[in-house]
Design a protein around this ligand. Structure first.
Ligand SMILES: Nc1nc2c([nH]c(=O)n2[C@@H]2O[C@H](COP(=O)(O)OP(=O)(O)OP(=O)(O)O)[C@@H](O)[C@H]2O)c(=O)[nH]1
Ligand SMILES: [Mg+2]
Length: 350
C-alpha cells in the first residue's frame, strides 16, 4: 500500500522591505545546507496553518496570528509524496531567532533563484514573483497599432505577466509585433511570454509559453533539434533533458540558472500527463484548460471544476485555471488548488 503523503507547511515571512526569510537546514538533518522556508510537518489532525504556527514558535520563537495560502504543490519524494503547503504569514509578533541552530537570512524574491533550495521550494520561489492573473492576448487582427495600444494599456497595470498569443501572423509580421510588445513590457516592468517562438523569445530576452504539442515534443526529446529548446532546457551529456539529475542533487533551479537573462518558461496543459511533463522539463508555471466552456475554443469539452480540482491537487508547479473564466472566478479557482486564473477576453482592455 502507498504510504500517506507527507504534509509539510512552509511559511513566507516578509520584512519591511519585502524580503522573505529563509532558514538553512543544519548539519545532520536531511538536505543539510539547503535554504528553505521555515516550517515543518503537520501532526495528525492538524491543519496547515496550525502546524505552521507551531513550527514557527518552536523554530523561530514568533507568534503567527494570520496567514493565507500561497501555493500547495505535490512532489514525488522517493517512495512517498510530499505535499508542501506554502502560506504567507500576514500577522506575527516577535523577532525571528534561530532556536534550532539554523542559519537565518532575508532575501529579495528575485534573489531566491540563486539560493540552493530543495527542489520542492522552486515553485514557491516562482509563485512569490507571479501575479494571480495571467493575461493572454487575442489575435492582433488587421490593425497592429490598435492592438499595440491595447496591449500597452494592459501592460501598464503594475506587475503584469502577459502571453503574446499570435497564431495568425507570418514570421515577419509576428517578429514586428513581438518586438514592439517586448519593448512595451520592458518600459512598464511587466513580464512578457511569446507563444511558441523559442528563438525569438530568447533573442528578445522575454519568456516562452509552450503549446501542449510543443511541450510533448520537448518532454519526449522529439521534434526538430533546431526548434530552440537548447536555449531553454538543461541538457545532459547525452543530449537529453536533464532536470532529474539536478533535482536529485537538490541544487539550485537548473532550468532557471541556464536562462538567467531570459524570462518565464510556461506550458499549456490539459491533463495530468502534460502537467507532469511541464514540471519535469523545468517550467515555472502552467495553464490548465479548458475548465469551463469558452468562446475561443468552442469544440473543446470542458474539464469542469471537479476534474480540474483533482488535477490541480496533484500538480507540482503553480497552475493557472483557464477557459471561460475571469477575475470573479479567482476565489473558486484558488479554492480548487489553482494558483490563479488565466484568460484572454476577461483581461483584455476595451
Ligand atoms: N520546513 C520546510 N520543509 C521543507 C521545505 N521544502 C521541502 O522540501 N521541505 C521538506 O519537508 C520536510 C519537513 O521537514 P522538517 O525537517 O522541517 O520537519 P519538522 O520541522 O517537522 O521536524 P523535524 O526536523 O524534527 O523532523 C523535510 O523533508 C524537508 O526537506 C521548506 O521550504 N520548508
Ligand atoms: Mg522544520
Amino acid at each position: 500500500m502507498a504510504r500517506p503523503a507527507l504534509e509539510v507547511a512552509a511559511g513566507i515571512l516578509r520584512d519591511a522591505g519585502g524580503r522573505v526569510l529563509l532558514a538553512r537546514r543544519p548539519p545532520g538533518k536531511p538536505l543539510a545546507g539547503l535554504w528553505e522556508f521555515p516550517g515543518g510537518k503537520l501532526d495528525e489532525h492538524e491543519d496547515a496553518f496550525a502546524a505552521l504556527a507551531r513550527e514557527l514558535r518552536e523554530e523561530l520563537g514568533i507568534i503567527a496570528r494570520a496567514g493565507r495560502p500561497l501555493l500547495t504543490c505535490s512532489h514525488e519524494l522517493g517512495d512517498r509524496r510530499l505535499r508542501l503547503h506554502a502560506w504567507t504569514v500576514d500577522d506575527w509578533s516577535g523577532e525571528p531567532q534561530a532556536l534550532e541552530g539554523q542559519e537565518l537570512a532575508w532575501h529579495g524574491v528575485h534573489a531566491l533563484d540563486n539560493q540552493p533550495m530543495p527542489a520542492p521550494d522552486w515553485p514557491i520561489a516562482a509563485a512569490l514573483r507571479l501575479p494571480p492573473r495571467y493575461a493572454i492576448t487575442p489575435e492582433p487582427g488587421a490593425d497592429p497599432d490598435a492592438f499595440a495600444r491595447r496591449l500597452d494599456r494592459l501592460l501598464a497595470h503594475g506587475g503584469q505577466v502577459v502571453q503574446l498569443r499570435t497564431r495568425s501572423l507570418d514570421d515577419v509580421a509576428h517578429a514586428a509585433v513581438a518586438t514592439r510588445a517586448a519593448l512595451a513590457a520592458r518600459r512598464h516592468g511587466a513580464d512578457l511570454l511569446l507563444n511558441d517562438r523559442a528563438h525569438l523569445a530568447a533573442r528578445l530576452g522575454v519568456g516562452l509559453h509552450l503549446p501542449s504539442a510543443r511541450l510533448r515534443d520537448w518532454a519526449q526529446g522529439a521534434g526538430d533539434p533546431q526548434d530552440g529548446r537548447e536555449a531553454w532546457l538543461p541538457r545532459g551529456s547525452d543530449g537529453r533533458i536533464d532536470v532529474g539529475a539536478a533535482l536529485e542533487a537538490g541544487a539550485t533551479a537548473p532550468a532557471r540558472l541556464r536562462r538567467q537573462a531570459r524570462g518565464w518558461l510556461a506550458a499549456s496543459c490539459h491533463d495530468a500527463d502534460e502537467l507532469r511533463m511541464a514540471a519535469r522539463i523545468g517550467c515555472d508555471f502552467a495553464t490548465l484548460a479548458p475548465v469551463a466552456l469558452t468562446a475561443s475554443h468552442p469544440g473543446a469539452t470542458p474539464l469542469g471544476w471537479a476534474r480540474a480540482g483533482a488535477l490541480l491537487a496533484n500538480a507540482s508547479l503553480p497552475v493557472y485555471a483557464l477557459g471561460g473564466l475571469g477575475a470573479d472566478d479567482l476565489p473558486r479557482a484558488q479554492a480548487q488548488g489553482a494558483f490563479g486564473v488565466a484568460a484572454i477576453r476577461a483581461f483584455w482592455p476595451d
